[in-house]
Design a protein around this ligand. Structure first.
Ligand code: FEO
Length: 387
């Protein structure tokens, strides 16, 4: 339970959540962390806190450095309770502390907690506070991830406290990007972007414009690993993802009852294979919807299949469609497909949902009961013609 020094007198004092596997619907198979930071200057500053059930862990780390009653400022970059959840607890130890937050942050905190005796200092983009030898500047980053979000930057140290931006759900004893396997780190950053940040691409673009102007040596995220060696990589990736840039890639996702829809999925795969697409195919019986989203963020095509069940679609496919619609990937082409018995209603439902989600549905394919080899070959040929 050690605190970790990032730069002289600036410490990670967060908490590691080894057990969490579901983060509002997102499968976090590697756990997560909630990163709070302690800055020791003439004024003592805590940047963000941790989920309420890990308060003691954060407190223990703070106590290794300073008596918590001496904290002068708590910066709340984001109200969501994974970061603000321990503020009501620690504030009891430092009742005169000043909570520094955005206007929406103040509103949000007041709607989450009894803030009757809290002292607020409200900051907007461009505002700074002096804490002695350093100044902390603030930049509001609305919708990355909530309306209240902001980031904090210390120019003297070239550190940005980015809160949700650039995070990953990883539980680890390694704190820095050069202390964990690089491919795992990028994979988890991509999954995090796809499942948390994806709806807010245009807002991320605005933030990236500002971030690119800053001299940054450390990106101190609020989840997972701190970036120091691969800053250029993650900035480039965020730029790409937030532009909705796609690759020559097709994601095929389906569920199946008697394997007819699975056979259709394979026939569609053959068409993309023939055209040299990078293909990711998922049966939703064994794949979590958040893992499908990870591949979808750079896919040119999304193909979704379900047989017709009780005049509708299979529940797994319904769940995926609802989840994907909320995350709103843009500029994608889509294919709906499925088998049916007496009424091809699943295909119609998938097509309608994809259209409502703003996708360009280039094909809608249905096959009655069990496809023959000839029908599957014809399906492959039809798809080859439209992609
Ligand atoms: Fe990690 Fe939007 O909270």
């Amino acid at each position: 339970m050690k605190s970790v020094e990032l730069k002289k007198d600036i410490y990670w004092v967060g908490a590691v959540d080894w057990d969490i596997r579901n983060f509002h619907g997102y499968l976090t198979q590697r756990g997560s962390s909630y990163n709070s930071y302690l800055i020791m200057d003439e004024k003592i500053v805590l940047v963000d806190s941790v989920k309420h059930y890990l308060y003691e862990e954060m407190l223990e780390r703070i106590k290794q450095i300073v008596d918590p009653s001496k904290i002068d400022y708590i910066i709340c970059n984001h109200v969501e309770m994974d970061h603000s959840g321990s503020i009501p607890k620690i504030i009891k130890l430092c009742p005169n502390v000043i909570i520094v937050t955005s206007p929406q942050g103040e509103k949000g905190l007041k709607m989450h907690y009894d803030t009757t005796n809290w002292n607020f200092h409200i900051v907007k983009s461009g505002d700074t506070i002096n804490i002695g030898t350093r100044n902390i500047a603030f930049l509001q980053t609305p919708m990355v991830h909530w309306p209240d979000n902001m980031v904090s930057y210390i120019s003297e140290e070239k550190i940005i406290f980015s809160n949700d931006a650039f995070g990953q759900h990883i539980a680890s004893t390694g704190r820095f990007d050069d202390e964990v396997p690089y491919s795992m780190l990028v994979e988890e950053a991509r999954k995090y972007y796809a499942n948390i940040v994806l709806p807010y691409g245009s807002q991320v673009q605005k933030v990236m414009e500002e971030v690119k102007k800053l001299d940054i040596e450390i990106i101190a995220t609020s989840h997972g690993i701190i970036w120091r060696n691969y800053i250029a990589d993650i900035v480039r990736l965020y730029d790409k993802w937030s532009r909705n840039e796609t690759e020559k890639k097709a994601v095929i996702v389906y569920d199946t009852m008697w394997e007819s829809t699975k056979k259709m999925a394979n026939a569609i795969k053959d068409a993309f294979e023939d055209k040299d697409y990078n293909i990711h195919m998922y049966n939703l019986q064994g794949t979590h919807i958040s893992d499908v989203m990870t591949e979808l963020i750079t896919a040119e095509y999304i193909c979704i299949g379900s047989p017709t069940l009780n005049s509708s679609i299979l529940p797994t496919v319904a769940a995926f469609l609802a989840y994907m619609k909320g995350l709103a990937p843009k500029n994608r082409k889509a294919i709906a497909f499925g088998s049916y018995g007496w009424a091809p209603l699943s295909i119609k439902e998938i097509e309608e949902t994809l259209t409502k989600a703003g996708m360009d549905v280039v094909a809608s394919e249905k096959i009655n009961f069990v496809p023959t080899e000839v029908q599957l070959k014809e399906l492959t040929d039809r798809i080859k013609k439209v992609i």
